[in-house]
Write a protein that binds this ligand. Structure first.
Ligand SMILES: NC(=O)c1ccc[n+]([C@@H]2O[C@H](COP(=O)([O-])OP(=O)(O)OC[C@H]3O[C@@H](n4cnc5c(N)ncnc54)[C@H](O)[C@@H]3O)[C@@H](O)[C@H]2O)c1
Length: 484
């Protein structure tokens, strides 16, 4: 039986078969030949997810001082049932991401259909044509229990596999830029050896031109500008790699206004990313206990925070939502803690604050379930069989990204307590964490494993019609402050 990949709007795309690969590579070769004639560099972006799809478009949109496009970009994605649909959509010039920033869709449309500087493919053969490879695949962190990041581990599989495939295919002179958030030490101690070994196997005597520069993308209203018009940190494994990555980033992002920070070694750039996100996770976690203090004493914490923020030294204090999720903050500190032992070989326990912050953030949303239970009880209604509507499925406002969202924990806990859940979200058309909870985010890694009675959540569908969703509810939870 033919396998399909289903897009969020329900379009079915049959996965490519063996015979499709040859034709696809021929299509790319033709395109690349004509693009080289126009003097353009070929950039392959590996992994067209939330970061890669938009980064690919930013690179494809880049122009030189004379207004000419300088790069031709091929977004590359594995043809898995879960992700393949992104390829045919991108090929038509349709953004695979649903977001409040209108520039994402406009830029992808412009680059694919007007400038003709962007395409997408499922074949790794694209790597053979690349001058630059940008790696935007994921590097997950798997937790063994809820609220204990220390006993989790980095899941390097997708990344290691990608690096091996890249090294097996690329021209040895191609620049490989890892943008994935990795455990500090990965570029030099994991990626470089994998690639070098593959080069030697291919009889290549030169060393890989490998660099790291992390993304600071903020999906939401300023999605595109958070990639293009923002400061970047980078570093290469040697002088040549550093020069190449600096040249590349200068050509594709707005470094005139937002100068690059060039560090001496990739581990410095990798550590910067992890510390940056651990810092943010920590200030969010810090306010968890004060929000409980405020709740118990009738203090309006938002007023308190606004008062504090006026002081310039405290202007970045942020108020956490009902839950703290997203793909990055719950895992990035964990990658650092894990690296200390499993890449660098230390046995001592130096980390206290970083894991504690993640543990607090990971469980904060459970409190919302308690508040809902108590509010219903005060109205004389039991939580069991109560109809509850959660407004907002995603992890932050104005995006459709539902990964590890606080709302997921709210739904899971309330379901465990016997409530009937509904959800409304204008951006998330599907909540895969429930609809496909046996295989999402990966088989047996669903947060479902930490709760009981979760089977029926497979039938939970995101309601787009707010009026319909509201009909007859006993409780309403404002979980995410989306613009609508
Ligand atoms: N989402 C964010 O806000 C954000 C911000 C900064 C940094 N990052 C980091 O960027 C990286 C990517 O994050 P994302 O949010 O785009 O993840 P994502 O899961 O949306 O995208 C990763 C993509 O890579 C694909 N992929 C996996 N293995 C592949 C392979 N071998 N070949 C080709 N494609 C492959 C996946 O199918 C997926 O589409 C992560 O390290 C993340 O921590 C994310």
């Amino acid at each position: 039986m033919a396998e399909y990949s289903l897009s969020p709007t329900g379009e079915k795309f049959p996965l490519p078969e063996r015979k499709d690969y040859l034709g696809e590579f021929e299509r790319l070769k033709k395109l690349v030949n004509s693009q080289r004639d126009l003097g353009r560099e070929i950039v392959v972006v590996m992994g067209v997810g939330f970061v890669g799809a938009v980064m690919a478009a930013v690179v494809a949109d880049a122009e030189n001082g004379k207004g000419n496009s300088t790069k031709f970009v091929i977004g590359m994605q594995r043809p898995s049932t879960r992700s393949f649909w992104k390829i045919p959509l991108l090929q038509r010039g349709i953004s695979p991401i649903n977001t409040e920033d209108p520039e994402v869709a406009l830029m992808i449309e412009r680059c694919v259909n007007k400038k003709k500087t962007l395409t997408a493919t499922f074949t790794y053969d694209a790597l053979k044509l690349a001058d630059v490879v940008v790696v935007d695949v994921q590097c997950d962190f798997l937790k063994e229990s809820l609220g204990n990041v220390k006993n989790g581990r980095a899941d390097m599989e997708a990344l290691e596999e990608s690096l091996e495939i890249i090294a097996a295919n690329i021209d040895p002179k191609a620049l490989v830029l890892i943008e994935t958030t990795v455990a500090p030490g990965t570029t030099e101690q994991i990626a470089y050896p994998i690639m070098k070994k593959m080069f030697r196997k291919r009889g290549i005597t030169s060393d890989p031109v490998l660099a790291h520069s992390y993304e600071r993308v903020m999906p939401g209203k300023n999605y595109v500008s958070s990639i293009r018009d923002f400061w970047r940190v980078c570093s290469g494994v040697n002088k040549e790699a550093t020069q190449r990555v600096v040249k590349f980033l200068n050509e594709v992002i707005n470094t005139d206004k937002y100068p690059l920070t060039v560090l001496d070694r990739p581990i410095e750039s990798e550590t910067a990313k992890i510390v940056e996100n651990s810092f943010r996770a920590t200030i969010l976690a810090f306010l968890d206990e004060w929000s409980l203090f405020a709740e118990h004493n009738g203090v309006d914490l938002i007023k308190v925070i606004n008062a504090i923020k006026i002081r310039p030294t405290h202007s970045n204090i942020i108020f956490p939502g009902p839950g703290i999720g997203g793909y990055c903050l719950p895992k990035d500190g964990g990658l650092g803690v894990w690296a200390y032992r499993h890449i660098h070989g230390f046995e001592d326990e130096i980390f206290k604050i970083t894991p504690l912050a993640i543990d607090i953030n990971d469980t904060r949303a459970l409190h919302v379930a308690q508040l809902t239970r108590d509010a219903l009880r005060n109205m004389g209604r039991p939580i069991a069989s109560a109809e509850i509507l959660v407004l907002g499925a995603s992890y932050r406002e104005d995006v459709g990204d539902t990964r590890y969202s606080g709302s997921e924990l709210i739904v899971r806990r309330l379901t465990e307590m016997g409530a009937e859940l509904r959800v409304h979200d204008p951006y998330a058309l599907h909540w895969w964490e429930f609809e496909k909870q046996d295989e999402y985010p990966a088989s047996s890694h669903s947060l479902k494993r930490f709760f009981r009675g979760q089977e029926r959540l497979k039938d939970l569908r995101v309601e787009q019609d707010l009026k319909k969703a509201l009909k007859g509810v006993d409780a309403l939870i404002f979980a995410v402050r989306h613009q609508p």
